[in-house]
Design a protein around this ligand. Structure first.
Ligand SMILES: Cc1ncc(COP(=O)(O)O)c(C=O)c1O
Length: 388
């Protein structure tokens, strides 16, 4: 079987998988010192947040990045609110302050900053703006949550009112289920509606989650990853927009597993830092073909983003890396305004978001990425960029 590196994730140990059958009622060892509500997914946590915010105010518009996971928009629409797309920076993929200002008005209820790949943007100006205009400031840490786990000070530093995270597939903590909502702003503690109406995950769903984790344990291995990758019904890596969102409680069978992964998270974090540094070094040789990205020294990434100056270069490198078994991706293929299923909303086009969708490439960061993979990646960049 041809070796193929999965695009993102981390290894789950057998002892962690076995713990699924020995749950403890000892949830939430995240130790972030703030009120945390867990849910069945990051999308569900976002949905719960927006339902609660809507209950409290007349405002109905939520500003989000134009280039992000479509579930962010879906959660807003499902809650009966209106997403407003805003352009993002080519340097760190965060919301452009000027565009946020241009698109906000008296109906703006919240601004959602997405920390794409794990990059932590400077939020000071947006925080000030949202505070002055009585707008909730929400952080989507689905991809950056690992940074908060190793440094809980970031909760204060990043200045959100609410922080949403995911423990789904390919996320910093990769349990193929779950997510949550942290209330950072103590004044907003009462904003989130009661939890007692939220149903538990059904037995059938619990069995499905176990099977998923079990299969993941095998197929995350590069020697076997080609098998699930070649099964189209699994839709691995596809970006889908759907309003089919269920809000349930976090699956308690995963209590021990989440605690165990949190305990060993410093190792996962260190490993990701190491890969990040290696990629930065490797890619510095190709700077004339790439746009500079501002990545902090101390934060982990779950995938390494590469932004090409030309989409043709991105396309050829992406194709060749996949041919040699490196799980590079083009992340989301479209900005939200042209994402399939979202055209009906007639969202504005945003220039940088459109450019990023065409020119971005991500490189895998996890335990299976080895020195020879760097060499192969470097070889592809050399061959297909420099030969022109
Ligand atoms: C930025 C972002 N927000 C939210 C989500 C939704 O998380 P989940 O898959 O747990 O529903 C994702 C998932 O990919 C994401 O990337």
């Amino acid at each position: 079987m041809k070796r193929f590196l999965p695009p993102a994730g981390h290894i789950i140990f057998w002892r962690e998988i076995v713990s699924y059958f020995f749950p403890i009622k000892n949830l939430n060892k995240l130790n972030l010192g703030s009120a945390t509500h867990l849910a069945n997914s990051g999308t569900a946590a976002l949905y719960r947040l927006f339902l609660s915010l809507k209950n409290n105010q007349e405002k109905n518009e939520v500003i989000i990045p134009s280039y992000t996971c479509p579930t962010v928009a879906a959660a807003i629409i499902k809650a009966g609110l209106k997403p407003v797309l805003c352009d993002i920076s080519l340097e760190d993929f965060s919301l452009l302050e000027n565009d946020v200002k241009a698109k906000s008005n008296s109906k703006t209820l919240a601004i959602v900053q997405v920390e794409l790949f794990g990059i932590l943007p400077d939020n000071s100006k947006l925080k000030e703006f949202s505070k002055n205009n009585n707008i909730y400031f929400v952080g989507d840490a689905a991809q950056s949550f690992g940074n908060y786990l190793v440094n809980s000070e970031l909760l204060n530093y990043q200045k959100y009112d609410f922080l949403v995270f995911s423990t789904g597939r390919g996320k910093p903590i990769n349990l193929l289920h779950g997510g949550g909502l942290i209330i950072v702003n103590k004044n907003a503690l009462n904003v989130i509606s009661e939890e007692n109406k939220i149903p538990d995950v059904s037995i059938i769903e619990k069995i499905k989650i176990f099977i998923n984790i079990f299969l993941y344990k095998f197929f995350f291995n590069p020697k076997l990853y080609n098998i699930p990758k070649s099964l189209p019904f699994l839709k691995l890596g596809e970006t889908i927009f759907t309003l089919d969102i269920t809000l349930e409680r976090f699956n308690v069978q995963l209590d021990k597993m989440i605690n165990a992964v949190v305990r060993r998270y410093p190792d996962i974090f260190e490993n990701r830092l190491k890969h990040k540094k290696q990629y930065a070094k490797l890619l510095s040789k190709f700077s004339e073909y790439l746009l500079p990205i501002k990545i902090g020294d101390k934060n982990e990434l779950i995938r390494f983003p590469v932004l090409f100056r030309k989409s043709e270069d991105r396309d050829i490198v992406l194709q060749k890396l996949n041919e040699i078994g490196i799980g590079a991706t083009g992340l989301y293929p479209h900005p939200l305004n042209t994402q399939q299923g979202m055209e009906i909303y007639n969202f504005d086009q945003c220039r940088n978001a459109t450019q990023i969708a065409r020119q971005i490439l991500t490189l895998p960061i996890h335990e299976y990425v080895k020195p020879r993979d760097y060499e192969m990646i470097s070889g592809v960049f050399d061959l297909f960029l420099k030969r022109k």
